[in-house]
Write a protein that binds this ligand. Structure first.
Ligand SMILES: Cc1cc2nc3c(=O)[nH]c(=O)nc-3n(C[C@H](O)[C@H](O)[C@H](O)COP(=O)(O)O)c2cc1C
Length: 237
């Protein structure tokens, strides 16, 4: 163990914040640490929109009713971005092929790595936060609210602030059911059932459904179409 690993293993999402502000300087430091993450071919195919005005936080909350957005000092909107790439491409050719899953993976992975670095940097300074993927269910409206141009899309938000609550660290799946030696190992359903119990013990009265029931709610039904529709509007699908 060292302080970095200890910080990483102590991560828990924070959804309730005090009024304490993050200073401009700290915020810049946090985001610059986030931006130090690796990216595909160093393309940095994402942008981050800082939302600090209460009016805009409230406008986002109207679309994505998650209390953390209202309470956060800062809401960061992570945007997958091939708009900047288009300008670079146009210096050399009129051809441009931004659409499709491969390019979505490029921008989504780049944004995710930067976001996780950002969250850890914030945590290292005594702040906390939560990633808000539900912005994708209002992708079009969020896009309009922050003036997203073609070839960009909202991937997730991140509410950041001074924690007003300290949850216990959420237990992960057992190491051996995630990490395999040399080749993939199919899992028995028993592992899932055991983890349902672990999660139930962690969440107590708070959880309205089990972990595997939430899997069924997510993947046992057709995916929400909002992202897909907006990605088509944005010429990314
Ligand atoms: C891509 C992504 C999207 C998420 N979206 C939401 C969200 O919309 N609302 C929320 O409360 N938590 C959201 N979370 C937080 C997860 O629920 C949380 O990370 C997970 O339950 C593990 O808990 P922990 O972060 O406290 O360890 C999201 C996390 C990720 C990585």
């Amino acid at each position: 163990m060292n302080p970095t690993i200890s910080l990483m293993k102590n991560h828990r999402s924070v959804r309730r914040f005090t009024d304490q502000a993050i200073s401009e300087e700290e915020l810049r430091t946090i985001i610059d640490a986030g931006r130090a993450a690796s990216s595909w071919k160093n393309f940095q195919s994402y942008s981050i929109i800082l939302i600090r005005s209460q009016a805009k936080k409230e406008a986002i909350y109207q679309l994505v009713p998650q209390e953390a957005i209202l309470q956060a000092d800062t809401f960061l909107l992570f945007v997958g971005d091939l708009n900047r790439a288009q300008k670079g491409v146009a210096l050399h050719t009129e051809d441009f092929y931004p659409a499709g899953p491969e390019n979505l993976l490029i921008s989504s992975v780049d944004a995710s790595l930067a976001a996780q670095n950002t969250l850890l940097a914030a945590e290292s300074l005594g702040y906390g936060g939560v990633i808000i993927g539900l912005v994708r269910y209002a992708a079009k409206e969020i896009g309009q609210l922050v003036n997203l141009p073609a070839y960009t899309y909202p991937i997730f938000g991140m509410a950041l602030g001074k924690p007003a609550q300290e949850n216990a660290v959420k237990p992960r799946l057992p190491y051996d059911s995630i990490v395999f030696s040399e080749e993939y190992q199919e899992q028995e359903a028993e592992i899932i059932e055991d983890y349902d119990q672990v999660q139930a013990a962690y969440a107590g009265q708070r959880a309205p459904s089990s972990w595997s029931e939430r899997l069924a709610q997510q993947f046992g039904e057709p995916a929400n179409q909002a992202s897909q529709n907006y990605l088509k509007d944005q010429k990314l699908l």
